[in-house]
Design a protein around this ligand. Structure first.
Ligand SMILES: Nc1ncnc2c1ncn2[C@@H]1O[C@H](COP(=O)(O)OP(=O)(O)OP(=O)(O)O)[C@@H](O)[C@H]1O
Ligand SMILES: [Mg+2]
Length: 231
């Protein structure tokens, strides 16, 4: 198993946000975590990477417990994280982002800066451009590249298509399909159901901090998609 989350409980102050979330990500698969706004998708990813410590429950990555580890240790173990808000530094260039991220990662592997530029050719053209001058799509591509350059065994993506136009979404989808083809295990948070369906091997549906569905695409009934995703 690549990632196992078991009976996870997370609070923000008094609010009980994740109420016993359990799911797994198997090696080489794309597992999609779906749910409406506020369902707890980002909180789940933040718990895995150590930003939001759980009150109870277990999180294990390749058999190693992640609970209580600082974020940089989680990254070094091989978990790449692309946050919802991308967190691109305004004054650092594209190349600098990649160089710094490579040092904090999991060590040598297939993804050097050159591989990132092959995946996202527009980043090569923009290598010397500071973060603040990048478009939203370029920032998202850089956020993905920055996670990959650490050579993760597991990639966590928080709504990579959010707020982007169809051409950029198509490019990101193409890259994610390529990464899947290369066997990279991925936990993908999305509200774009066509994108999730195109990439996902398995789906976990969250509603109000609980898992209401866990299964393959063919088991996901349209009425559940309507009820829990509003589509
Ligand atoms: N820092 C915080 N302090 C208090 N409450 C928070 C905090 N972050 C999130 N919440 C609340 O926790 C719940 C889950 O939030 P979360 O961001 O995990 O949802 P989400 O599924 O990622 O939603 P979205 O699709 O809007 O990104 C929401 O009710 C949200 O208001
Ligand atoms: Mg979110």
């Amino acid at each position: 198993m690549m990632l196992a989350v078991e009976d996870l409980h997370v609070f923000y102050g008094e609010s009980h946000i994740l109420q016993g979330v359990s799911f797994t990500v198997e090696p080489g698969e794309v597992c999609c975590l779906l749910g409406r706004n506020g369902a707890g998708k980002s909180t789940t990813l933040k718990s895995v990477v150590g930003f939001v410590p759980p009150r109870a429950g277990r999180i294990s990555f390749r058999g190693v417990s992640l609970v209580g580890l600082p974020t940089h240790r989680v990254a070094r173990l091989g978990v790449g994280y692309v946050p919802e808000d991308r967190r691109i530094f305004p004054t650092l260039t594209v190349a600098e982002h990649l160089r710094i991220a490579a040092r904090g990662g999991n060590g040598p592997g297939p993804f050097g800066a050159e591989a990132i530029y092959r995946l996202f050719p527009c980043l090569r053209e923009r290598a010397a451009v500071p973060g603040r001058a990048l478009s939203g799509g370029e920032q998202q591509m850089l956020a993905i590249g920055r996670a990959l350059v650490g050579n993760p065994a597991l990639l966590l993506l928080d709504e990579p298509s959010e707020g982007l136009g169809p051409l950029v979404v198509a490019e990101i989808r193409h890259v994610l399909a390529e990464l899947k083809g290369a066997g990279l295990s991925t936990l993908l948070v999305e509200q774009n159901l066509p994108l999730a369906r195109a990439l996902g091997d398995r789906f976990v549906l969250l509603s109000k901090g609980r898992v209401v569905f866990h299964g393959g695409a063919s088991d996901l009934r349209p009425e559940d998609a309507r009820r829990y995703l509003g589509v």
